[in-house]
Design a protein around this ligand. Sequence first.
Ligand code: GN1
Ligand code: MG
Length: 364
Amino acid sequence: MQEDKLKFLFDQFDHTSEFDSFEELASGHINDTFLIKTIAKPYFVLQRINHKVFVDVPGLISNKVAISRHLKEKLKHLPEEQLRQQVLDFVNTKSGKPYYQDKDGNYWNVMVFIEDSVSFETVNNEEVAYEGGKLFGNFLFLTSDFPASKLTEVISKFHDMSFRFFQFEASLKVASNERWNIAKPYIMQVNELKEEMHILQNLKKSGEIRLRVTHNDTKISNALFDKNNKGLCVIDTDTVMPGIVHYDFGDAIRTICNTAAEDEKNLDLVNFNVDYYKAYVKGFLEEIETELSPIEIEYLPLGAKTMIFIMALRFLTDYLNGDIYYKTAYPEHNLDRAKNQFKLIESLTEKFKETEIDNLSHKN
Ligand code: GN1
Ligand code: MG
């Protein structure tokens, strides 16, 4: 991306800052994200929202602006400096819109960069797991009175297991022989778990598990921490929509309890860390337990397994489709991601008994 193009885009937004330089922030798999360094702070984050994946970008942006507004209202008792570190702040364009559409049809949005913060791709200590639990639990708590029906469903059926199976089965029909053969052992595993992986969706459908506002992409790299590992802010609110608590619980566990990155190729390094699980559960329940029904709590461990599985399934599907969805750095990248998630499921399954919530609730 050329500097003059990014400077032009940044200057479409309503700030008084002067562009100095930029850095690409490359951890996302879908959008393009740039840190904009200015002559004087604050810095900003400029992001191109991938409109092939997110077909209703104005709806997506209006969701995240509304959620930030809600969080700011809830936290208005905090000193301004603290509020700036805890809630994403979006910047309008000079013509008052929350996004800018360039001449090629791309959508851009800008937010203020949160200073003095760090994020993690993998977790190396229990404190971060616990703080991550508190942060994501608190996000659910603070949004629990936001009317979920006001949110646009930015990606239809995003965590819907039947839909992901439908896409997987369609990918089997278009996959090259070569990819089909390489992926065969994993294709078998997917089918073995099919029934169990529909349990949560069925409880959602029957109304036994309620809909709430969920973040839907609670990987640990979407949490910011301060220099002392205290949780600061939940970021990447692109996929905020109605969902069930298990999505956010499970997706966080998927990344926090993996002893390696989600695309680590050496599967001996990929294991489920139960100590981090317990630390996460403690922090999470401290914030949200009062809001949860017994059935929501009972099924949290299955939420972890289900979210690891749905990512394995989606990575495998994209590999079979010839890498049309996720950004990949090399041809087997999606397959490696899928293998990694299957190994994590295997390791979690061995320790499943230890993940039951009964003994972990802070009420005990
Ligand atoms: C994608 O782009 P990013 O990294 O924020 C994906 C998530 C996956 C994640 C896996 C819209 O998120 O569902 O969990 O990759 N987002 C979308 O790392 O598909
Ligand atoms: Mg995301």
